[in-house]
Write a protein that binds this ligand. Sequence first.
Ligand SMILES: Cc1ncc(COP(=O)(O)O)c(C=O)c1O
Length: 377
Amino acid sequence: MTIFCLTESDLRQRRSLKWRTYAPDVLPLWVAEMDAAVQPAVRRELDAALDRGDTGYPWGDDYADAYRASAAARWGVQLDPAQLRRGGDVMNAVLNILEKVTEPGDGIVITAPVYPPFWQVTSEYRRRTVAVDLTPQGRLDLDALEQAFAADDVTAFLLCSPHNPTGTVHTADELAAVASLCERHGVRLVVDEIHAWLVDPGTTFVPVLSLPEASRALVAISAGKSWNLAAFKAGLYVGGENAGDVLDHLPPLATQSTGHLGAIAHAAALRDEQAWVDQACVEIAANKQLLNDLLHALVPGARYRPEPGTYLAWVDCTELGLSNPARHFEQVGRVAFSPGANFSPAHGQYVRVNLATSPAIITHAVECIASSLRHPV
Ligand SMILES: Cc1ncc(COP(=O)(O)O)c(C=O)c1O
């Protein structure tokens, strides 16, 4: 089975954000959608639901149970059913948790560069964004985090694990240290683990709730990224053993916006398609190596260090001498990546490359970059 084998002409039939935003001659490797077909079990369950006319409201705990089973089998984490609630989607869950654990005017720490909606979720709701840079190696900077947590009005830390866009997989030691710092400073730890299953073979993802230090932490998660199910909105809230103060007091609508077909699709993926994501991770790891090799050969000024998490590559284009690399690649090279500035104001010279696609498309994309550099800036 090869997952990332769809051709560009097949993919151009799609009507999603990734494939419709740019002009038809621009190759899109930006937003985090996978160029993959729907998994057989997901399709089977959705077809069966549609055959039944089963398009009402969600019922039951299939989705939460499928996640608990996956977490137990994959990471050895035993979760009690009482630790889970259904949500609309992951960012919706993050927002509801943050609204519960912070007050207007409070500071919420995020680690830059980070997934752009983290900036929105923390700043648009009368909360203050406190951005703490990752280290140059993309790791959590514990000293800088502690300094930020020490401010009286900082009440939450929103962490992305594994980290989008750098692909960093935080270690157990890093997560335990961060959780302890949060406890020491009265800061609530909120972790977005939507990329949890997407790690290179041989790397272990550490769910924050496997750590005793994080018993008050709250996690937002779904099968959306790992099985490419963003079209089927459905997320989960997962609370540590001592997070009932938040989980049991979410506003009613926070847990009532899951789509029924979303819950069915995510449950099917988690229950029956674990081998699919394992294969996806093998192909993604090979794609990271391919990108690295191609950049070395064709765009030697680009700096890329493959990291084991996610299917996203974070590429430093500083040495290419472009005023705006993402815009140049789109306008001249006809290839679209996510602009680094969206992830932090200091990273305008970076682009984020989506590697959940075929080796042929990645090769074409790097050729587009190389050819754009032969044209005047
Ligand atoms: C870190 C992170 N969180 C959340 C999301 C979006 O998830 P949802 O559509 O469930 O809100 C993404 C999508 O790329 C993501 O990378």
